[in-house]
Structure formats: C-alpha cells, structure tokens
Design a binder for this molecule. Structure first.
Ligand code: DAH
Length: 339
C-alpha cells in the first residue's frame, strides 16, 4: 500500500490542467468520494493493525498534498486567464472625458474676476422685461430714434412685455432698489430681432458695469477701463476713448484697444487703424439717476457695457458667431487648454 501512496503522490505532483474543466475532472478523479484517495481510504480498513499508524499518516499527508496541488493549479488557471487578455493590468486606464467650459463662460468668468478685484459684485435681472426697465428709465423717450438702434422682440401683443435688448436693464433694477454706493457687474443674455449670420445673432451676451457714489468722475471710468483692458488683453494694451452717443450716459464714449495682432501698426483685423472697438461707456445721465430715485446732485456714476462674444472673438478669433450656440464638440474641445 505504501508503494501505491507514493506512486499516487508522484502522479499528483506532475498534474497539469489547461482550464477549469480539466481541473475539475482531476479533482473528481483524486479527491471526490469515489476518487482514488477515497478508495485507498477504503483499503485502509483491511490493513493489519500494526501498519495502521504509519499508513494512516501517509494517507492523510497524501490527501492534504492533493488538495493543495489542486488549489495551486486553480490559482494558476485564474492568473493565466488574466494574462490571456481578460484583464490586462498593463493597459492605460480608460480615459475619462472631461467636459470643457464654453468659451463664453470662460471669458465671462475672466471679466467678472477682473471687476471683482475692483470691488464689483454681481447683479442679475430678468430676461423677460418691461419697457420701463429697458428703455424708459434709461432715457429712451417713447419716440426716441435710439429705440430703433435695438430691434426688440416683444412677447405676444402687449408692447410692454419684451425680451431685454441689453443688460442695462439690470442697472435700472438695482438703482431703483439700492442706495448708493452701487458697484455692480451684470452679466447676462440679451435678445435682438436680427437675422442670424456669421456676424449677428438674435441672442448674445453682455456684461455691464455700474458704479455710483459721491464724486465719481470720468477719470475713475478711464482708470477702470485701462485696468480692465490690461488685465484682459495684456499689460502692453493701450486704450482710446472716442465720443459717442447712448441715451443713458452723458458724456458717452466708445473704447478701443490697441490691436494686439499688429501691435498697433495696422492690419486687416483692425482694418488698418491699429485699434479695435470693444465697449460702450459713459457717465450715467442725471435723468437716469432721477428716474430711478437717486439724487443726481448728490451722486454721480459711470457705466459701461460690452458684448461677451466680441471680447471672446478678440481673444480667440472665432470667425462665426453661430459656433457659440451650436454646441459642436469639435469647436468646444478647442478650449480644453484654456482652462
Ligand atoms: N447698452 C448698450 C448696448 O447694448 C451698451 C452700453 C453702452 C452699456 C454704454 C452701458 C454704457 O452701460 O454706458 O449697446
């Protein structure tokens, strides 16, 4: 019997199994109730008493050895499965595709950040407005030709329910509610009845700033504009103010920045002038202050308003305005590095 045990041990030691099925067949062959080892255990009963001790021990060792061998083979098969490509531990992790921020959001945040450093806080107002907040309080008389400057979308037949054409309406809302000092920026979407093309859209985004306090002067406005321009477009940027007209500011101006493409020498981007227009501004018209219940003898203020699309175009040279609202991921992906 001892020879049988030794032979079986050698056999088990040399076992191999290519897969789980083969291994299971081996387990049944050696370790099941009707397997080789069990049948040796049966033979053991008829062994003479004096040999029982030695053979019993050898049999137990054989059983343990077989169990271990089968377990080892099982581990090898499982590890082999991995190596065979079920799980490749050397592979790169699946790339997680992060979303990108919309270029308009990126630029809006940059602008907000610059004004925040100057102590401006954000104010918001409704996109569906009434005539008074968008025009009347801002010094657009009922028959004022300036109303034609902005083609208004009306909602239904009521001429008093309209989509705001500019974020200046948020100025009105804040001025009627808050005592000066007022130092706000108002980012938001605005609507105009324009045919959609590469250069115009029926909705776009503006950002307005308003500062009202005692003794606010044009010099404060100019310094704020210069600070903004240099933070936004680089420290070498120059600004130029040209007289202009807006009903709600007096005097009014338009601000140009030096063209950073040609460094002011003149190129096709700045149409040879060396300057590009970026925003409108001025001293808040006393009529506007009074309409909103602010004493124009005590307080003065400046306002400025810019198109976020325009600033974004200057920074990133987006040629077609429509790209901003089409959500084409190929376009949006270009801004991954801008974060
Ligand atoms: N509301 C003007 C527009 O939509 C932009 C603007 C110009 C805003 C001058 C201002 C300003 O606050 O002072 O064209």
């Amino acid at each position: 019997m001892i020879e049988k045990i030794q032979a079986l041990r050698a056999e088990i030691e040399a076992l191999t199994a290519a897969n789980a099925e083969e291994l299971e067949a081996l387990r049944i062959k050696y370790l099941s109730k009707k397997g080789e080892i069990s049948s040796l255990m049966n033979d053991f009963r008829s062994v003479p008493a004096e040999q029982k001790r030695e053979l019993g021990q050898a049999l137990n060792e054989l059983k343990n050895f077989a169990t271990e061998r089968i377990n080892t083979l099982r581990e090898e098969i499982e590890a082999g499965k991995d190596a065979a490509g079920m799980l490749d531990l050397t592979r790169d992790a699946s790339p997680v595709k992060l979303g990108t921020r919309h270029p308009l959001s990126l630029v809006r945040e940059q602008i907000i950040d610059i004004f925040r450093r100057l102590g401006f806080t954000i104010a918001e107002g409704p996109e569906i407005e009434d005539d008074w907040h968008v025009f009347e309080a801002l010094n657009f008389a009922a028959d004022h030709p300036a109303r034609d400057m902005q083609d208004t979308f009306f909602i239904g037949r009521n001429p008093d329910v309209l989509l705001r054409t500019h974020t200046s309406s948020v100025q009105t809302r804040v001025m009627t509610k808050q005592e000066p000092p007022i130092r706000i920026i108002c980012p938001g979407r605005v609507y105009r009845n324009e045919a959609i093309s590469a250069r115009a859209h029926c909705f776009f985004h503006q950002l307005e700033a308003l500062y009202i306090d005692r003794d606010v002067t044009f010099a404060d406005l100019r310094q704020t504009l210069l600070y903004f321009a240099r933070e936004m477009f680089g420290p070498d940027t120059d600004i130029r103010l040209r007289p202009s007209y807006f009903p709600f500011t007096e005097p009014s101006a338009e601000m140009d920045i030096s063209c950073d493409l040609c460094g002011g020498k003149g190129c096709s981007f700045c149409k040879g002038t060396g300057w590009v227009e970026i925003l409108g501004c001025g001293m808040v018209d006393p009529n506007v202050l009074e309409a909103c219940g602010i004493d124009s003898k005590k307080y003065s203020g400046f306002a400025l308003g810019m198109g976020i699309e325009r600033i974004t175009n200057l920074k990133y040279r987006v040629k077609d305005l429509r790209l901003f609202s089409e959500n084409d991921v190929r376009f949006l992906d270009e801004f991954t590095a801008a974060h």
